[in-house]
Design a protein around this ligand. Sequence first.
Ligand code: HEC
Length: 196
Amino acid sequence: MKGKIKFFPTLLFTLVVVFWVALLSGNLMWTSNNPPLQIIDDMDDQAKVKPQVSSAFFADGKGTRDPLENTLPITGHKYSVELDDVDVKNINNIPATDIVLARGQNRFNIYCSPCHNYDGKGNGLVAQRGFSNPPNLMENAKNLSDGRIFHIISAGQNIMSSYADKTSELDRWAIVHYIRAMQKGSVNPQPVAFNK
Ligand code: HEC
C-alpha cells in the first residue's frame, strides 16, 4: 500500500545503519579477554600444565616431569655425553650412502640453513636479518671431529641451541655426513624440495 512503511526492510536498514555507526565510532569491540561463547567446546579449555611452567600439583613444584629412571625417550637415547668424552664416544657408524646424504641434506636445509645457510657458509636468512654471525661450517667446522659436530647439534653451543629434540640420532649423523660432503664439494648444496 502506498505510503505505508514496510516493517522488515526498515528493520534491516536500521540494523545496517546501527552496525556501521557502531563500527565507525569504535564502539564495536572486536577483541575481548573473556573466553568466547562455546556451544561445543571440543576440549578447548582443560586443566593442563604448559611446558616450562611450575605446578603446585607436584611436591617439587616442577610442571615438566623428569623422565622416569631406567626409561628412554621413544626417539632414542638420552644424550648425556660429557665434553671430555665427545670425540671418544661419538663415532659415526652409519655409511654415507646416497640416501643418507639426501636425508642429511633434507634435515640440514630444514634445521640448519636458516642460520648457516644452504651452503653452510653462515649467511642464512636469520643471519641476514641480524642474528649474530653463525659460523661458516665450510671452514671453521673442517677442523672439528664428526663426534664434536654431532655433540654440537645434540647439546648446542653458546647461543646455538640444541637440536636434539628435533633431530633423531640417525638424522644427526646424516647431517654430519652431509656437512662433510659439502666441505669436500662432493654434493650440490642447493635447497631441495623448497623454493618451488
Ligand atoms: C638459530 C641459528 C642456528 C641454527 C638454526 C643452527 N646453528 Fe649452528 N651455530 C649457530 C651459531 C650462532 C653458532 C656459534 C656458536 C658459538 O658461539 O659457539 C653455531 C655453531 C655451530 C657449529 C660450531 C662451529 C664452530 O666452528 O665452532 C656447528 C658445527 C654448527 N653450528 C652446526 C649446526 C648444525 C648442523 C645445525 C642444524 C642441525 C645448526 N648448526 C643450526 C647458529 C645456528
